[in-house]
Write a protein that binds this ligand. Structure first.
Ligand SMILES: Nc1nc2c(ncn2[C@@H]2O[C@H](COP(=O)(O)OP(=O)(O)OP(=O)(O)O)[C@@H](O)[C@H]2O)c(=O)[nH]1
Ligand SMILES: [Mg+2]
Ligand SMILES: [Zn+2]
Length: 307
């Protein structure tokens, strides 16, 4: 009898699959094993798979014993990947991620709007939703934080203001994570580990010794893992995501994030208009009319500035 589940981690030849809340190790069925050999990221965490339970002790000897066999993989909705040095292949860090959660701090380190836009663009290019979390809101007056995030909110980006210290915003963030596959990313020190611990205190209790998400020195880890959320959905821990989101190409990053500006730009007199000083600029005209908000326009200029 076939069952359906989601791959949560990989060690060696085995893939752990979560079937209705139960995680167990599986091996690949013959044909899929060949696929995996041909393409190293044929299976990744987040993949939806069909599994068949193996009879007790049927998967092999000793500690490598598998409890199931993966017989099929569903097409992916999204792929979070990075290039590898091997034959130009890409490494899929996680499949079917619904949203990328960009964490920044209100202070220590300072908030950077530009970084948020770059991150959102990375998410959008990968077909994922983008969510911005401003943590450490206990360190800054909320009116100040609000003024920083106004352009994001005006652009329809969901933003949550949190503090792992005083607990604000945690219920809202938990709600936005529930039922979906999310990946958290942001600079070191913004409070990602603290947030996860505050959001899901039950995880700390369960993992004795190794503290989940206490990811100092995690750079050496290469494998991703999905953590099932108490209310459904998963949080993905994907080493390498930081680099992917933070060192992205600038110019390309703009595309897709400023849809209303791109639309207006189609009517600019010059095809290579930068919308900063040129005559006949339809974008500036739209800003003057109030069709495009001044905040969004300022953000756009900030992000496209070449110097
Ligand atoms: N005031 C305040 N401090 C916080 C908050 N969240 C985290 N911190 C502190 O910020 C520091 C960094 O927090 P971490 O959770 O380790 O940050 P991280 O993003 O996981 O950092 P890396 O693991 O290095 O990527 C710690 O000293 C935390 O105690 C918050 O909401 N308010
Ligand atoms: Mg951490
Ligand atoms: Zn223009």
């Amino acid at each position: 009898m076939s069952e359906y589940g989601i791959v949560t981690r990989n060690d060696g030849p085995r893939f752990w699959v979560d079937v209705a809340g139960e995680e167990f190790p599986c091996v690949l069925r013959g044909r899929l094993k060949k696929e995996q050999l041909r393409e190293s990221s044929f299976l990744a965490v987040g993949d939806r798979v069909e599994v068949e339970r193996l009879p007790e002790g049927g998967g092999g000897a000793g500690s490598d014993r598998a409890a199931g066999a993966i017989t099929a993989r569903a097409p992916r909705r999204t792929e979070l990947s990075r290039p590898t040095s091997f034959r130009g292949q890409v490494h899929v860090m996680a499949a079917n991620v619904d949203q990328m959660v960009h964490v920044q701090a209100a202070a220590q380190p300072a908030f950077q709007l530009r970084l948020a836009y770059r991150f959102l663009a990375t998410a959008r290019r990968g077909g994922m939703e983008g969510l911005v979390v401003v943590n450490k809101c206990d360190l800054q007056p909320e009116a100040v934080i609000q003024s920083w995030i106004d352009p994001l909110v005006a652009g329809g980006v969901p933003v949550v203001l949190t503090s792992a210290v005083d607990g604000r915003g945690l219920d809202e963030l938990r709600r936005l994570l529930t039922g979906r596959i999310s990946v958290l990313a942001g600079k070191s020190g913004v409070g990602k580990s603290s947030l996860v611990n505050a959001l899901y205190p039950e995880w700390q209790a369960r993992t004795t010794g190794v503290s989940l998400w206490n990811n100092k020195g995690r750079h050496t880890t290469t494998s991703s893992r999905l953590y099932p959320l108490p209310g459904g959905g998963y949080l993905a821990d994907t080493p390498g995501i930081r680099e992917l989101a933070l060192f992205d190409d600038d110019q390309e990053a703009v595309s897709g994030v400023f849809n209303e500006i791109e639309e207006a730009a189609a009517s600019c007199r010059f095809r290579d208009c930068t919308h900063s000083h040129e005559p006949g600029c339809a974008v500036k005209a739209a800003v003057a009319r109030g069709d495009i908000s001044q905040d969004r326009y300022d953000s756009f200029l900030l992000l496209t500035k070449t110097t």
